[in-house]
Every structure is written in structure tokens, then in C-alpha cells.
Design a protein around this ligand. Sequence first.
Ligand SMILES: NC(=O)c1ccc[n+]([C@@H]2O[C@H](COP(=O)([O-])OP(=O)(O)OC[C@H]3O[C@@H](n4cnc5c(N)ncnc54)[C@H](OP(=O)(O)O)[C@@H]3O)[C@@H](O)[C@H]2O)c1
Length: 253
Amino acid sequence: MNPLSFGLTQNVCIVTGGTRGIGLEIARTLLEQGASVVVCARKQDGLDAAGSSLNGGDRLLTVQAHTARSDDVDRLFDAAMQRFGKIDTLINNVGMNLITTVVDADPALWHKIIDSNLNAAFLCSRKAGQIMRRQNRGKIVHMSSIAAHRAAPAMGVYGIAKAGIEMMTRVLAQELAPFNVQVNAIAPCMVKTGFSKAFWADPALHDHIVKTIPMGRLADPTDIVYPALFLCSEASNFVTGQTLNVDGGASAV
Ligand SMILES: NC(=O)c1ccc[n+]([C@@H]2O[C@H](COP(=O)([O-])OP(=O)(O)OC[C@H]3O[C@@H](n4cnc5c(N)ncnc54)[C@H](OP(=O)(O)O)[C@@H]3O)[C@@H](O)[C@H]2O)c1
């Protein structure tokens, strides 16, 4: 694809979970667009590898932070503000799943999935919202999933957490609209990353899932990048509180 220009040259963007998968590709494209990017993840080796691969020079800052931990999130936003002085966009990309039914979920496992998806998104949105409200400008993009809309085997707790994120998207959109901050979500179908490999690496399961997607394939991380950039850009200034399904038509049928 020829690179589209999204006018993000002067922007400062935080991408949580930006060392692999979807987050890494969003961070890469934001840097290509001329933005300054702050990437966080839990593991330092992943941050080091992403730092080398992204090669963002002075426009890239990597911060080790667990986004379900309030102190880490405070440190992440402090580091971003100290380095760049503002935050235009938060891509709330961190998420994880552990396979369980809801009825048999151990409470510790329930808390882990809710923490890493819903609570992490809350902690980061809260900090970003406070900063963006002062700036009178900002964009928050949450990473949901089509699992938020339909009960899916092995994804029950995850789907509940993502449904919470979509409601949080609408609530924050209302709270922050008077301050010129837009809050939206993206709901992908299955994307070929390490996160979902247990599903797509199994040929029978892969074919079964592909049959539910009119476009006839799973998403690649790059399929999510430009919809995310649209929601970071001025092109979406009158779009808020929405979830954009990026799912090859899966939710349409
Ligand atoms: N892949 C799919 O099929 C799919 C479909 C729909 C929606 N999504 C959503 O899209 C988002 C990205 O998924 P992905 O497939 O790109 O995931 P991924 O390949 O597993 O990458 C996850 C990234 O998040 C980081 N991370 C995980 N937990 C973290 C935490 N608590 N604090 C900070 N960083 C953390 C990981 O680094 P560390 O391990 O070093 O922390 C890594 O950089 C998630 O919200 C996921 O729910 C994915």
C-alpha cells in the first residue's frame, strides 16, 4: 500500500503493548508518519527488540510498565510528559486472554483477564483523559474485539472485559467531548499474532474461523493499523464513542 498521510507529524502517541503484534505495527506506522511514539510493555527484552526494529531515534521512547499497575501507569505517563511535553493520542492496545469457561473460571484467573484488559484500559485512559482535558485536545483509541459482541467459546471472560471497554469508550467519549477529546474503539476479528496463535495454527480451527469472515481470511496486524490511524487523526474529529469493527465483514453477516 502507498503510505497514506494522516497529518500526525507533530503528534505524540502512547502505544501500550507496542512490542509485538498489532501494537508494534501501529507504533511502526506512527513513526513512519512522523509522530513521536512512546511504547510500553512488561518485558525489557521485548522493549529492546522493538526499539531496534522501530529505529525511531529521538522520536521513540520505550518504557517498561505493566498497565494493570497504577504506579507503573503513572510512571509511563510521567516519562512521556517529561520527554515530549504533551500527549495527543493514547492507543490502549494491551490485552490478553486465558482460555476458560466463565462458569469454571478460577477467581484469580477472572481477575487476571479483567485486570489486563479492562482495568489496564481504565488506568491508562484515566491518566490520558486528565492530561488531554488540560490540553483541550486528544484522542483515545481502545482495542476491543468482536468477542465483545457475541459469546464465543474459550473467550467468555475476555469478551466480558472487552464489552466493558466498549462501554467505557462511550462513557469517556461523553465525559471528554467538552474538552475536544475523542474516544473510540476498534473491534478486530482474529488477527494473526502470537496472542491468537493457538487458534489459527490449528488448520481445522483456522478454516472454521475463516468461514465466518466474508473477506475469506484472518486479519494481519497491518489491517488494523490504518483504521487506528484514522481514529488518531483530525479526519475523525467528529467521531466519538464509536466502535469500528475491523473484521472483514464478520459482524455484518
Ligand atoms: N490477535 C487477535 O486475534 C486479536 C483480535 C481482536 C482483538 N485483539 C486485541 O488487540 C490487542 C493486541 O493484541 P495482539 O494480538 O497484538 O497481542 P500480542 O501479540 O500478544 O502483543 C501484546 C503486547 O502487549 C504487551 N502486554 C501484554 N500485557 C501487558 C501488560 N499488562 N502491560 C503492558 N504490556 C503488556 C506485550 O508485551 P509484554 O509481554 O512484554 O508485556 C505485547 O507487546 C489486544 O488488546 C487484544 O485483545 C487481538
